[in-house]
Design a protein around this ligand. Structure first.
Ligand code: ADP
Ligand code: MG
Length: 390
C-alpha cells in the first residue's frame, strides 16, 4: 500500500484529502492517478465503493484553472450521482476557487443557462447536457478533460447516442477517462473510438466473504412480504436497503412495511427530483431505517453504515446484483445481503451463479406470521410503454 504523498499531488489537493480524513489511496486510486496526472486517456474498472470519484477528481482539480471557461465535463447516468460527484469534487476543490455545477433534467433549465456561462467544471447527465448543446447554451471549446463515470450504466440506460454526440463536438485535443464497475465489450468499443492509446487499469476486488455474507431464502411468492417484515423486525441492523426490480413493487413494499410499523421510505425513477433528494436525506440521517428502491434510483449512491441489503426481487442483470450488494460492507465494515427468492426469481438467481463465484448460503425459513398484503392504488400507465419501469 502506498500513501497519498507518493502520488505527487499539489499541496492544495493534499490538504483537501487530509481534511476528508482519507489516509491511503484505494487500489484504483493508486493505479490510475499517476496516468491521469500525466494526461493520458484511461479506462478504469473497479467495484462500486472503491473510490473512483476521487481518482478522476484529482485529475479535475489538478487540471482546471479558475475562470478560464468550462474545462472539465463529467457525465454520469443519474441525477443523484451527478449531485454526489459534484459534492465530492467540491470537497476536493476546497482550497481552489472553482465553479463546479451539476446539470440534469427533471428540474427547470432556465437557471442552468447562467450557471453554465460561469462554470469551470460541469457534472451532467447526458440528456440534459445534449439539450444545452442543441440550444447552444454551452461553450465546449475549452473542454480538455472528459470523464464518463459509470460508463456501463450509461450505456445500459440507452445514452450511447447522446454520449457519441457530446464526445464528437468536444475538442479532439483532450483527455478522456472512462470509469466503470464493469467493462462490457460495447464500452471497449466506445473507448477505442473516443480515446487515444488508453491506459487500462483493473482494480477489481472480489467481494470479501469474511466481511460480506450472502444468504437466501427460497419461499413461496405469497410469503415474501411476510418474511421481509419478519426479518426487518427481528434482525438487528443499522441502515437497511430493500431492492425491488420495478417501481410497482417498490411502491407495494414500502406501503406494506409502513402498514406494519416499519420506518420505510422509497425512491424510484417515478418520483420528482425533489422527492428523491428529500428521501435520500431522510434516509442518510437515519430518520428512516429502511430505504426501498430500484436499481436506477440507487446506482452510485454512497450511504454509510448500511448493514443489510435485502433483495425483495433478484435483478435480471447479475451486475445489478453486484452493485446492490456493493452498498454494504464498505470501507472495512461488515454487511449482509439477503435474497428473498421465489419461483419467478430462480432464473435470475441462477444467472448470478453462472457469472460470479459467490458463496450464497441457504437459510431455512423461520416460523413467520403471515401478514395481509395491502395493494397500493393503481398508477395510470402511459399508453404504449412496454417493459419495466425502474
Ligand atoms: P465508486 O465511485 O468507486 O463507487 P466512490 O468514489 O463513490 O466509489 O467512493 C466510495 C466512498 O469511499 C466515498 O464515501 C468516498 O468518500 C470514500 N473514499 C474514497 N477514497 C477514499 C480513500 N482513499 N480512503 C477512504 N475513503 C475513501
Ligand atoms: Mg462512482
Amino acid at each position: 500500500m502506498i500513501t497519498f504523498n507518493e502520488l505527487n499531488l499539489s499541496d492544495d489537493l493534499m490538504r483537501s484529502i487530509d481534511k476528508l480524513g482519507y489516509e491511503n489511496p484505494t487500489l484504483i486510486q493508486e493505479k490510475s492517478i499517476p496516468s491521469i496526472l500525466e494526461g493520458k486517456d484511461l479506462m478504469g474498472e473497479s467495484a462500486t465503493g472503491s473510490g473512483k470519484t476521487l481518482a478522476f477528481g484529482c485529475g479535475v482539480i489538478e487540471r482546471v484553472i479558475p475562470k478560464k471557461g468550462l474545462q472539465a465535463l463529467i457525465l454520469t447516468p443519474t441525477r443523484e450521482l451527478a449531485e454526489q460527484v459534484r459534492t465530492e469534487i467540491d470537497n476536493l476543490a476546497n482550497n481552489k476557487k472553482l465553479k463546479i455545477i451539476s446539470i440534469y433534467g427533471g428540474v427547470s433549465i432556465n437557471p442552468q443557462f447562467a450557471a453554465l456561462k460561469k462554470a469551470d467544471v460541469v457534472i451532467a447527465t447526458p440528456g440534459r447536457f445534449l439539450d444545452h448543446l442543441e440550444r447552444r447554451t454551452v461553450d465546449t471549446s475549452k473542454i480538455n478533460l472528459i470523464v464518463l463515470d459509470e460508463a456501463d450504466r450509461m450505456l445500459d440506460m440507452g445514452f450511447i447516442d447522446d454520449i457519441e454526440k457530446i464526445l464528437s463536438v468536444c475538442p479532439k485535443q483532450r483527455q478522456t477517462l472512462f470509469f466503470s464497475a464493469t467493462f462490457a465489450n460495447r464500452i471497449e468499443e466506445l473507448v477505442r473510438k473516443h480515446s487515444v492509446d488508453p491506459v487500462k487499469v483493473l482494480a477489481k476486488k472480489q467481494v470479501d466473504p469474511e466481511k460480506m455474507k450472502q444468504f437466501y431464502y427460497d419461499i413461496p411468492k405469497n410469503l415474501k412480504m411476510s418474511l421481509l417484515i419478519h426479518l426487518l423486525k427481528n434482525e438487528s441492523s443499522d441502515l437497511v436497503m430493500v431492492f425491488c426490480n420495478t417501481r410497482k413493487s417498490t411502491d407495494l413494499v414500502v406501503k406494506n412495511l409502513r402498514a406494519n410499523k416499519i420506518d420505510a421510505i422509497a425512491i424510484h425513477g417515478g418520483f420528482t427530483q425533489n422527492k428523491r433528494s428529500q428521501a435520500m436525506d431522510t434516509f442518510k440521517i437515519g430518520k428512516a431505517g429502511v430505504l426501498v428502491c430500484t436499481d436506477v434510483a440507487a446506482r452510485g449512491i454512497h450511504v454509510e453504515h448500511i448493514s443489510h441489503i435485502y433483495n425483495y426481487e433478484v435483478p435480471a442483470d447479475p451486475t445489478d446484483y453486484v452493485h446492490r450488494i456493493g452498498r454494504t460492507a464498505r470501507a472495512g465494515e461488515i454487511g449482509q445481503a439477503i435474497n428473498l427468492i421465489c419461483e419467478y426469481d430462480h432464473e435470475n438467481f441462477s444467472r448470478i451463479f453462472r457469472e460470479f463465484d459467490f458463496e450464497i448460503t441457504k437459510i431455512e425459513r423461520p416460523y413467520i406470521e403471515r401478514v395481509e398484503l395491502i395493494l397500493p392504488p393503481r398508477r395510470p400507465q402511459r399508453k404504449g410503454f412496454r417493459g419495466r419501469r425502474r
